[in-house]
Design a protein around this ligand. Structure first.
Ligand code: NAD
Length: 279
């Protein structure tokens, strides 16, 4: 596998994804940022998508470029069809193709049911679910056009959907978010079934509680952290690099036979920790 580069959470083989082109949406913050950097460490050229915050996106590009691979920041709102198609066209023109899509962009607009506006519901569905659909559709067209290039990868393309433990854990006060991730699960499985004969691998990563701006309130104070840790058997809150490492592995040929699977990266959050002492 060639030399290795020390990552913040372990060791990523530096040539694991050599010659591959990756697009990560929402890559100027949190999990998307760590994932874009992880893919770059693994030797992929990376497009860093962002919707706001060009400076932060350029910083990610700079860090990725320091690994000796190519990187660029593309602005696009993943919920807008014309912006997604333009982004994919640009990537094919400037990078030649796309081998890995990490459909990561996502947001929350929390409210209890009777206080939730239609706009809050719609925004979350538009970005978290429709955004992944649009990016997956455009990536699949390019994977099909190009087909398998054996020197690059055994697959014609890889799509990793960023889901959440809330694709299976109901979440009071977050019906829009939980519904969007439940939708991502079924979308991912359906696309995996539909595209597998074309050697396109579709999978998901489902993070548990990861320290990022999206859930700052859940880990910022000692009290909130204690509350959160009660839900995590492994007894630590996750770091963005925990998710990045999983995405790098899942998108590599090490996982070539993994199709239509959700990899939970959650410190055991989905193990019904309440039953550890009761039941
Ligand atoms: P974050 O807020 O740090 O990052 C979200 C990114 O998505 C940002 O870069 C944001 O600008 C971008 N984004 C939002 N709307 C967009 C749009 N319309 N077009 C393009 N980009 C857009 O949060 P994060 O925790 O890094 O979240 C990343 C993904 O991980 C999300 O899909 C989230 O649901 C998922 N996730 C996070 C956690 C966690 O604990 N942090 C847990 C489970 C799942």
């Amino acid at each position: 596998m060639g030399s290795t580069v020390e990552g913040p959470q372990g060791v990523i083989p530096a040539r694991l994804l050599h010659g591959q082109k990756a697009l990560v949406t929402g890559a100027n913050s949190g999990i998307g940022k760590a994932t874009a950097i992880g893919l770059g460490r693994a030797g992929a050229d990376v497009v860093v998508n962002y919707v706001a915050g060009r400076e932060a996106a350029e910083e990610v590009v700079e860090e990725i470029a320091s690994f000796g691979v190519r990187a660029a920041a593309y602005e696009a709102d993943v919920s807008q069809e014309d912006q997604v198609t333009a982004m994919m066209d640009r990537m094919v023109k400037e990078f030649g193709t796309v081998d890995i899509l990490v459909a990561n962009a996502g947001l929350q607009r929390d409210a209890r049911l009777t206080e939730m506006t239609l706009a809050q519901w719609q925004k979350v569905i538009d970005v978290n679910l429709t955004g992944q659909f649009l990016c997956a559709r455009e990536a699949a067209k390019e994977f099909r056009r190009r087909g398998v290039v054996p020197e690059v990868s055994r697959a014609a393309g890889k799509i990793i959907c960023m889901s959440s433990v809330h694709q299976i854990i109901p979440w009071s006060g977050h019906v829009n978010y939980a519904s969007s991730k439940g939708g991502v699960q079924m979308m991912m499985q359906t696309l995996a079934q539909e595209l597998a004969p074309e050697k396109i691998r579709v999978n998901a990563v489902a993070p548990g509680a990861i320290k990022t701006p999206i859930n700052r309130a859940a880990w910022e104070t000692a009290e909130a952290r204690q509350d959160l840790l009660r839900l995590i058997p492994y007894d630590r809150i996750g770091d963005p690099e925990d998710i990045a490492n999983a995405v790098v592995a899942l998108s590599s040929d090490l996982m070539d036979y993994v199709v239509g699977t959700t990899l939970y990266v959650d410190g055991g959050m989905t193990l019904f920790p309440g039953f550890a002492t009761g039941g």
